[in-house]
Design a protein around this ligand. Structure first.
Ligand code: ADP
Length: 688
């Protein structure tokens, strides 16, 4: 029943209005005194207020304005009862409608009824608007939440994003989510406005379990459930008041968090205010939406775990190989020595047959030793424990050594061998022993896979990256390229890349006859990689193979940087300090021997430690960098002071241009560039 509040001092008018409106099923209240107007409005909740403008008050327009303001927000219709000649525009503007005197029953009732209809329409409109605003808000929350889902692969974080989304869009009083990671990892997360009483917490736990079980009815449950292993996490918003069992009577919604066969958990929310259908849609959407990223996160977790397992297995395998190889090496050395003694006749005369078998045994011991060394090398490289000793060197030196070593073997097979190399090859920054190993592996393979009377060519040349037909070659960099070409059995196209993988032996009938571990090329590749070089193969079956490797030619400074980088890695892994000393002298300082003095001084302060020298000739200056492992600040200062003394007191340095600086890793700088920059800028002795 619509309610009308009539404000008037005139009892006759009041009676008339009351009479007419009550007859038309309207509830009417009359206010005769000004002081109670606003209390009445608050208590009566009128749908329409009719103000008699003849009401006895100081300023009727002001009163009308006040009433209007008071009622505006609730869609209350404000009407005026005015005399026919009223032309107070200010007053008339305050109302939605007005009725003129004298009061006519029909006009009164039709005006009031149409105003009430208007009020009802306004109410519906307001409600729709509010619902629309809420839906828009929920949509916004859904959108934001799903965007956040996309950015995470962490299960815990995903659940939190969902709970936050639900809380924002549904403003619930309490929610729980029962999450299953596995049979032994079940978590109950309770989000509540207020703390829970102990029995209520137990009730929630029980309810979560029952809800979970109810999902599967008589079917097999994906996870066994035992209340004792459920870990409870409570997130309480406000510490005051305590929630108890009656909260279970609040309106509630429940959903499984699942995707296809995969089941993650169950979620339930409770709210004092009833949930609407839009709330249910929002709840269902969010609980479904979270399943997809949850599945991705689970897969990601599984992959991560598998990777860790694989890494561990790989580590264990490397360690195993390393231990076994070490263990094999000792008895093998004993066997080798014993064979040497027997062959040498120290244990008595040997017959020709015995010699033959002793020779066979010795060759096999050597082969076994080679295999063990290969295994050890590879496990060392893989564990990052391979030690390199880089220096500026001539590439022809290891190449020549290998040639000399294998020459006889080639002669035995009647192989035609040639070695060609460019004149004036620049020096390269290499570990000579390791490069020798690479050439040895390639050349011994060539011999192994080339039939008797075949041909092997070894070529060493300088090439620019642009001349090398490989995408990983740097165009404007120079390389020394070593090519081992044979006329042997060749390798099939699909196997070309595989040959550098561990334990790969290409199953061709000939190679199966030929022994080997499949470790030579992987080792060669790793060693070339350590030189920042390239290794590749071209081959045609039954025609022969071309194995190439290319070592970049570094400038003096680049070579120093590369060396320093490796030294830093060693210092870092051993927690050592690394002193770096730089001394530059103009090239024409013919009488200066400061470099000798510096190395002498280093020898005094750090005798026997690992000192490396890098000579850099640039801009008419000859610079020597010394890297000294485990050098401390005190020793560095000592060298600095001595140099200062020499330069100042020795007359022969009077006209010389000298720059001197030192730096300490990790105290001063930790990066190669940082260390070099500091050496360039913080010169402690200048004499120019
Ligand atoms: P191993 O020679 O000890 O088996 P490698 O790693 O040196 O191991 O070589 C791997 C495989 O690559 C060889 O088993 C062989 O099948 C193939 N291969 C290597 N070098 C040649 C070559 N010059 N000609 C033909 N096949 C080769």
């Amino acid at each position: 029943m619509a309610r009308v509040l009539f404000i008037t001092n005139n009892k006759e008018k009041a009676e008339l209005v009351q009479d007419v409106l009550c007859k038309n099923a309207l509830e009417v209240e009359v206010v005769l005194e000004e002081v109670i107007i606003f209390d009445k409005i608050m208590a009566f909740f009128p749908d329409l207020i009719l103000l008699d403008v003849s009401f006895n008050t100081q300023d009727i327009t002001l009163l009308a304005k006040k009433i209007k303001i008071h009622t505006q927000t609730d869609n209350v219709i404000f009407s005026l009862l005015v005399p026919q000649d009223c032309d107070n525009q200010d007053l008339l503007k305050t109302a939605t409608s007005y009725i003129t005197e004298p009061l006519n029953e029909k006009i009164l009732i039709s005006t009031i009824m149409s105003a009430i209809r208007m009020k009802n329409s306004l109410d519906v409109l307001s409600r729709n608007n509010a619902d629309l605003a809420k839906s828009l808000y929920q949509l916004d929350v859904l959108y934001n939440t799903s965007t956040q889902f996309a950015g995470s692969l962490d299960r815990e974080k995903l659940i939190n994003i969902m709970l936050e989304g639900l809380e924002k869009s549904l403003s619930f009083n309490l929610s729980y989510i029962l999450l299953f990671n596995n049979d032994n990892d079940i978590k109950l997360i309770v989000n509540s406005l207020h703390p829970l009483s102990e029995r209520f917490e137990q009730a929630i736990k029980l309810r979560a379990m029952i809800s979970y079980k109810s999902l599967f009815d008589k079917k097999q449950m994906p996870y066994a459930i035992n209340p004792d292993i459920i870990s409870v996490e409570k997130r309480i918003k406000h510490p005051y008041v305590e929630y108890d069992l009656p909260v279970l009577n609040f309106d509630n919604m429940f959903a499984p968090v699942t995707i296809g066969e995969k089941f993650f958990g169950v979620i339930e929310v409770f709210r004092e205010e009833e949930f609407k259908s839009e709330d249910a849609t929002c709840f269902q959407t969010l609980s479904k939406q979270v399943s997809i990223p949850l599945e991705t996160a689970t897969l990601y977790d599984e992959i991560k775990q598998t990777n860790i397992k694989l890494e561990n297995l790989e580590k264990m395998k490397s360690e195993f190989i390393s231990i076994v190889s070490h263990e094999l090496r000792t008895p093998l050395t004993a066997i080798k020595n014993s064979l040497g003694i027997l062959k040498g006749g120290a244990a008595g005369e040997t017959t020709a047959v015995m010699d033959k078998f002793l020779g066979l045994a010795e060759r096999n011991v050597l082969r076994l030793k080679g295999i063990i060394n290969d295994l050890l090398d590879l496990s060392k490289i893989e564990a990052g424990k391979m030690k390199y000793s880089f220096e500026k060197a001539d590439i022809m030196s290891p190449v020549e050594t290998v040639k000399t070593t294998l020459e006889n073997l080639m002669k035995e097979k009647n192989i035609v061998f040639s070695l060609n190399y460019d004149e004036n090859l620049p020096q390269v920054f290499i570990d000579t022993m390791r490069i020798e190993q690479v050439v040895m592996n390639l050349l011994s393979n060539a011999i192994k896979f080339t039939p008797e009377n075949g041909e092997i060519k070894l070529c060493v040349s300088k090439m620019s990256g642009s001349q090398i037909d490989r995408s990983d070659a740097v165009d404007d960099r120079e390389y020394i390229v070593v090519l081992v070409e044979d006329s042997g059995i060749g390798i099939e196209k699909e196997n070309l890349e595989k040959v550098f993988d561990k334990f790969q032996q290409i199953e061709s009938s000939l190679s199966r006859k030929i022994g080997g571990t499949g470790l030579g090329l992987p080792i060669a590749k790793q060693l070339v990689d350590a030189h920042k070089g390239l290794i590749w193969v071209e081959s045609a079956i039954n025609k022969g193979s071309k194995f190439y490797f290319a070592i970049p030619v570094l400038s003096d400074l680049e070579a120093f940087k590369a060396g320093l980088e490796k030294q830093i890695a060693v210092a870092k892994s051993n927690c050592y300090t690394l002193g770096v000393i730089k001394i530059s002298e103009r090239m024409d300082n013919s009488t200066v021997f400061l470099n000798d003095i510096v190395s002498g001084l280093i020898n005094i302060v750090r005798k026997g430690v690992n000192v490396k020298e890098y000579i850099v000739n640039e801009n008419n200056f000859k610079t020597i960098y010394y890297t000294v492992m485990q050098m401390d600040r005190f020793a560095l200062n000592f060298v600095g002071k001595k140099i200062d003394g020499f330069v100042k007191t020795e007359p022969r340095y009077e006209k010389c241009d000298i720059l001197f600086s030192t730096v300490l890793y990790p105290d001063d700088e930790v990066t190669v560039d940082g260390l070099i920059e500091k050496l360039d800028n913080d010169i402690i002795e200048v004499k120019l």
